[in-house]
Design a protein around this ligand. Structure first.
Ligand SMILES: Cc1cc2nc3c(=O)[nH]c(=O)nc-3n(C[C@H](O)[C@H](O)[C@H](O)COP(=O)(O)OP(=O)(O)OC[C@H]3O[C@@H](n4cnc5c(N)ncnc54)[C@H](O)[C@@H]3O)c2cc1C
Ligand SMILES: NC(=O)c1ccc[n+]([C@@H]2O[C@H](COP(=O)([O-])OP(=O)(O)OC[C@H]3O[C@@H](n4cnc5c(N)ncnc54)[C@H](O)[C@@H]3O)[C@@H](O)[C@H]2O)c1
Length: 492
């Protein structure tokens, strides 16, 4: 029924359009869509209701990585003795740390600014957009007509309906950046990327951090050994990790605040001064016309898109967190290319979005980076694979840098050097994984990585080393036996 309605209203098409493309949302997905559309000379308008740059710039990647950097400096200083220096604790003012985070956001902001995009030929409109028909958008009392629309409205922190939570000033990744005083006891709800990155940062600043996670382990999408390594590191840094804990209620008693959880049928009470809710991000799909048009959602509440990133309304496309399945800046940018090209050139030329090689990194210390399959997914999906490991404790540069914790694990197709996936845990993992990403993208196997010169001594050399481990395991034994005889014959 929704589909018939959608097709009917699609017929009510204006004769002429003001724009080729109108984009809702000036975050990672919307900006890249606008950039590409302007680059191919389309007439394009980008509408943003809050701040250009969206979550990534203002409340996500940029401020979090800036905060993590200062936290690591403190953690390194505490290990000064390991480096032949005197152990030291650097005095600091948390407000100054947060001020620096804002300065970093301001430094990056020009990349996403109205001025930059206007200069690129995009008409940038500040205002809240509403889609009123498959080709009409209202903003600031104006009606724009467009041949196609891209919805790139992102996601917001999901706040679970825990009784009592709404009665306190809880923190999320949206309002955290306004904090100027370090919480003495911080409870982090959620052990995904946001919860883990921020729990470690706040613990390093000196908060007593308790992390409460519903699932049996941290970073549930990664292999068990990754979660175990991280849990051990968190414990060593004084973070109390409570996995398998279901949050039931928030209680307040005067100044006292408490989270009541259930664990193994038992009641657990955790007192805190501040709580950070980091249990996932919900797509922004409501309140701007999609319901009225009958735009379909998935069961996860994201915009339902076909492989061309088109919704059930043929002129409305989508990209980024609002549709998923990934919620990363780089996957938003990747989708933006498909959304822009398909929206502008269909039906003459279209491309199916390619999700085969999507990497990501969680910027805990040590970093956790992944591309393609891991062991747990291979098991779940019944995909046979060979697993090759290399420990960073064997890597010269990791030893020199006092960062020998972690490993590189590569999954290959049995009997072949074809890479099915890689997990890297260790310093700079978010950088060094790129070699596996490129290899997978361009169908290069471990033999090609092994045959590539890597600079000594670097962390990237670990990639060659893991390829070497694979090669030794897969050395052609019969040929080697013949070669051994050849050498014996040559010795006379
Ligand atoms: C704390 C944190 C850390 C993160 N760290 C990383 C990281 O290290 N690496 C990484 O890859 N990803 C990271 N992410 C995820 C990343 O920020 C998101 O995946 C990315 O920002 C998604 O971009 P988007 O364009 O889809 O959405 P958004 O950035 O949310 O942009 C959507 C925009 O649409 C606007 N909008 C909504 N409705 C309307 C409307 N009706 N009219 C006009 N405008 C509208 C919003 O105001 C918003 O600016 C992090 C996220 C968080 C919260
Ligand atoms: N480095 C990065 O690339 C980076 C960093 C931060 C965020 N992000 C993106 O943002 C997304 C959202 O991050 P997130 O960490 O909020 O979400 P998430 O969905 O990745 O993780 C949320 C965690 O909270 C747990 N949880 C859910 N309900 C709970 C409850 N009631 N009590 C306790 N635990 C509960 C889940 O089991 C899960 O482990 C990520 O999936 C990621 O795509 C990326």
């Amino acid at each position: 029924m929704a589909d018939i309605f959608a097709r009917l209203i699609h017929r009510l098409k204006p004769k002429h359009f003001d724009y080729n493309l109108v984009i809702l949302g000036g975050g990672s997905a919307g900006l890249v869509t606008a950039y590409l559309a302007a680059a191919v000379k389309a007439k394009v308008a980008l509408i943003e209701k809050e701040k250009m740059g969206g979550d990534c710039l203002n409340s996500g990647c940029v401020p979090s990585k800036a905060l993590l950097r200062t936290a690591r400096l403190l953690a390194d200083a505490r290990r000064a003795g390991d480096f032949g220096l005197q152990d030291t604790a650097i005095p600091f003012d948390f407000a100054a740390v947060m001020a620096r985070v804002q300065r970093v956001v301001e430094q990056v902001a020009p990349h996403d600014s109205v001025e930059r995009y206007r200069g690129l030929g995009v008409e940038v409109i500040a205002g809240e957009a509403r889609i009123t028909s498959p080709h009409r958008i209202e903003v600031n009392g104006r009606t724009l007509t467009s041949r196609a629309i891209v919805v790139a409205t992102g996601a917001r922190p999901f706040v679970p309906p825990i009784p009592g939570l709404d009665r306190i000033d809880y923190l999320t990744s949206d309002n955290l950046w306004r904090l100027r005083q370090l919480p003495r006891r911080l409870l982090v709800l959620g052990g995904g990327p946001i919860g883990c990155e921020l729990a470690q940062a706040f613990a390093r600043f000196g908060s007593a951090v308790t992390l409460v996670e519903l699932a049996p382990r941290l970073l549930i999408r990664e292999d068990e050994e990754v979660s175990a390594l991280l849990a051990a590191r968190f414990a060593a840094e004084g973070i109390r990790v409570l996995t398998g804990h279901r949050a039931k209620e928030v209680r307040t008693d005067g100044e006292r605040r408490m989270l009541i959880c259930e664990h193994d049928g038992k009641r657990v009470e955790i007192e805190f001064d501040a709580i950070l809710v980091a249990v996932g991000r919900a797509p922004r799909v409501e309140g701007f016309g999609l319901e009225e048009l009958g735009v379909e959602l998935t069961e996860r509440g994201t915009l339902k898109a076909d492989p061309w990133l088109r919704t059930n309304i043929p002129s409305i496309f989508c990209a980024g967190d609002v549709t998923g399945p990934y919620q990363f800046t780089h996957s938003a940018a990747h989708q933006a290319w498909y959304a822009a090209v398909n929206a502008l050139f269909a039906p003459f030329k279209t491309f199916k979005v390619d999700y085969r090689v999507i990497p990501w990194a969680t910027f805990v210390d040590p970093e956790v980076a992944r591309v393609g399959l891991n062991e747990q997914e291979a098991r779940e999906r019944g995909i046979p694979c060979d697993v090759t490991r290399y420990e960073l404790a064997e890597l010269d540069r990791a030893l020199a840098d006092g960062a020998a914790e972690g490993f590189i694990k590569v999954l290959t197709k049995p009997g072949s050097d074809r890479i099915l996936g890689a997990t890297v845990v260790g310093r700079h993992a978010g950088e060094t994984i790129t070699e596996f990403v490129s290899a997978m993208k361009h169908n290069l196997g471990l033999n090609k990585i092994l045959g590539t010169i890597h600079i000594y001594p670097t962390f990237a050399e670990g990639n060659k080393a893991v390829a070497g481990v694979w090669k030794r395991k897969h050395a052609p034994q019969r040929v080697l036996r013949w070669v051994e005889r050849f050498h014996a014959w040559r010795r006379g």
